[in-house]
Structures are given as structure tokens and as C-alpha cells.
Design a protein around this ligand. Structure first.
Ligand code: HPA
Ligand code: ZN
Length: 343
């Protein structure tokens, strides 16, 4: 309705700068659409649990009914079994860029989970080289710049994450991977458990560090992430909003939150809808953030759908959108030259 019309009219207000310029929180495996999944099942002749995977329609319906993060992760981690050769990874990353080109996206910082692939016998260079091929093809076709950020998974032992970080070092040196993040199950996994992994990443000169924190975990875990681990980008960071003093501190430190409004609805963080998001509070407190899709194939929308849902919930004015978009550009991990082009 009205909110959608307002947002679609924004490009003119931005002198043809379409609002979703940058995305910072997208798991490439979370862009695996049911249609591509079933296509790859046929291509490789793999067998998936028929109780989980019957038809595209049934799967899409199941995706509308996640109970929590771990319920989603069971599907997210299983679907990956169909990603086997380099062309699968290339097709996946290209399809994402093709889809968000239509949303006006210009720059994407993309997560992937190396352990989820190497752990089932896929070589790391198949994963990284495949993703890179799709991204390069997408940059040529659509002009979207992109970077890869590896995430270690919190549900596996710290020793496995340390191995994954060491194994990634050549790809960091080549510039193919620009940072370290952490994702997967948050319950029973306080950030302090992972301090050694961030120390190793610093030793190995990973240029950028982030961590999923405060999606289901408490504000105190966002504190640990920022104060104890020294990580100044926080993925989600949702529950930081439960602690007003922490918000003041995040604003003072220029900590950047990558929010995912539709993800929060699907994973029952904001079960009633996007209007339960703390976005207005964050704006009031001067905490910087961007709006992102997280796992668009699972959560009912790509980046523009997330922008539209936020506008439908809050009805921000043009100046507010301008500020959100500028903060997103400022918070990006791209070159100063590229930021200039995005402005
Ligand atoms: N949280 C944690 N792990 C994830 C997510 C998320 O939102 N998406 C994919 N892996
Ligand atoms: Zn995420």
C-alpha cells in the first residue's frame, strides 16, 4: 500500500540512488531457493530426507513456520548437501546477485560457512573459487561489487573453527576473503567461548571481524562481543536494545549492527511483526545499523522486501532513509573509492 509506494518513489528523492545500496548480512547458503535445491537434487542424484523435503510448496510452507533459530538451522544445514561442485557454488552466488540487481543493490558483503562444506568432504577451493566465479560474473553483468566473509559455526568445537581459520589464510592473503564472522546456534554459546578464534584471526591479519550476537542471546552477550572480543560490527545485535546504557556505548564506539527485520519475524524474535523491531530506538540513540535479508530464500524476502517491511512498520521520512543509507555506506568494508561511488 502506501508504504510500498513511498519507498518505491524514494529513488527520485535520492537523485536516482535507490535505497538498498549495500547489504552486509546475507548468508549465501541462505539464498538457496527451493527451486534450485530440487534442481541440484536431480543433477547430483542425491537423496534428501523425504520427511523434510517433499515438494517445493510443502517446503515453502515449512519455511513459514520456524519455531526458533535452531529449527531453521536444521533446514539450512541440510539443504547445503546439494552444493557439490564448483558450478553449484557459482550458480548460487550469481543467482543472488541477479536477484538483488533488481532491488537496486550496489555492494554486498556475503557470509559463507566453510566448515559446513569441508565437513562433508567438499574441498575449500571448490567452495571459494566457485563463489568467486559467480560473483565476478555478477559484477560484470550487474555492476554489483561484493566481498566474502567466512563464518565459523558456533555449534562445532573451537578446535574445528581454529582449523577453518588457518585453512582460510591463503584466501585472506589473496584478498578473496576479507573477514571473519561467526554464526549458527547461539543458545549455550556465549561469545567469550570464542576469544581464541578472534585472537588467531588477528594474528593471521584478517582485515575485518564481526560476530552474530544478541539474536537470541542477551544484551550482555553483545557486551562481551564488543568489549571483551573487541569486535565492532555485530550481526543482529537485536537484544542490545534491552540495555539502554549499552546502546549509548555502542553509539559512542560507532559499533555497527547488521539488522535483519524479516529474519527476526520468521525466527520468532519479533513474532508479531517488524513493528516490534528496535529500529526507532536505535535511531534515537544514534546507534548505526544496516537493514539486511540474512537468509532470503528462507525468510520471505530479499533486501528490498526488508526495506519495504520496515517502511510499512514505521513510515520514516526521507531524511531518515537518507541517514540509514548513508550509515550503511559508511559501515561497509569496501574501499574509500567505492564508497565515494556509492554516495
Ligand atoms: N543466525 C545464526 N546463524 C545463521 C543465521 C542467523 O541468522 N543465518 C544463517 N546462519
Ligand atoms: Zn545471519
Amino acid at each position: 500500500g502506501h508504504a510500498v509506494d513511498f519507498l518505491r518513489a524514494l529513488p527520485k528523492a535520492f537523485e536516482n540512488r535507490v535505497p538498498p545500496q549495500c547489504e552486509h548480512h546475507i548468508h549465501i547458503e541462505g539464498s538457496l531457493e527451493p527451486a534450485m535445491l530440487f534442481k541440484l537434487v536431480e543433477k547430483h542424484g542425491v537423496t534428501l530426507d523425504p520427511a523434510m523435503y517433499s515438494t517445493i510448496e510443502a517446503l515453502e510452507e515449512r519455511y513459514r513456520n520456524f519455531a526458533n533459530l535452531d529449527d531453521f538451522l536444521a533446514y539450512f544445514n541440510k539443504a547445503m548437501d546439494v552444493l557439490i561442485d564448483e558450478s553449484d557454488f557459482a550458480a548460487l552466488s550469481y543467482a543472488y546477485l541477479e536477484r538483488v540487481a533488481g532491488d537496486g543493490l550496489k555492494h554486498a558483503e556475503i557470509f559463507f560457512d566453510p566448515q559446513a562444506h569441508t565437513g562433508r568432504g567438499i574441498a575449500l577451493d571448490v567452495v571459494v573459487n566457485g563463489l568467486k566465479k559467480g560473483l565476478k560474473k555478477g559484477q560484470t553483468a550487474f555492476g554489483i561489487t561484493s566481498e566474502l566473509i567466512m563464518c565459523f559455526v558456533k555449534h562445532l568445537p573451537v578446535s574445528s573453527a581454529l582449523d577453518a581459520v588457518r585453512e582460510m589464510q591463503p584466501f585472506v592473503e589473496s584478498g578473496d576473503v576479507i573477514g571473519l564472522g561467526a554464526d549458527s546456534s547461539e543458545v549455550n554459546n556465549p561469545p567469550s567461548k570464542f576469544a581464541e578464534i578472534y585472537s588467531l584471526a588477528r594474528e593471521l591479519s584478517f582485515p575485518n571481524l564481526t560476530m552474530h550476537s544478541g539474536e537470541e542471546g542477551p544484551a550482555d552477550w553483545v557486551r562481551q562481543t564488543v568489549f571483551d572480543l573487541g569486535v565492532n560490527r555485530v550481526d543482529h545485535g537485536f537484544h542490545a536494545a534491552d540495555d539502554l546504557e549499552l546502546l549509548d556505548e555502542l553509539a559512542r564506539r560507532d559499533t555497527f549492527l547488521t539488522l535483519c527485520p524479516l529474519s527476526n519475524v520468521r525466527l520468532q524474535v519479533t513474532p508479531e511483526g517488524v513493528h516490534q523491531s528496535p529500529i526507532p530506538l536505535l535511531l534515537g540513540k544514534g546507534v548505526k545499523f544496516s537493514i539486511n535479508s540474512d537468509d532470503p530464500a528462507y525468510f520471505g524476502g530479499y533486501i528490498l522486501d526488508n526495506y519495504v517491511a520496515v517502511q510499512a512498520a514505521f513510515g520514516f521520512d526521507k531524511a531518515t532513509w537518507r541517514r540509514i543509507c548513508q550509515n550503511g555506506i559508511d559501515g561497509s568494508w569496501c574501499s574509500a573509492e567505492r564508497k565515494q561511488e556509492l554516495f
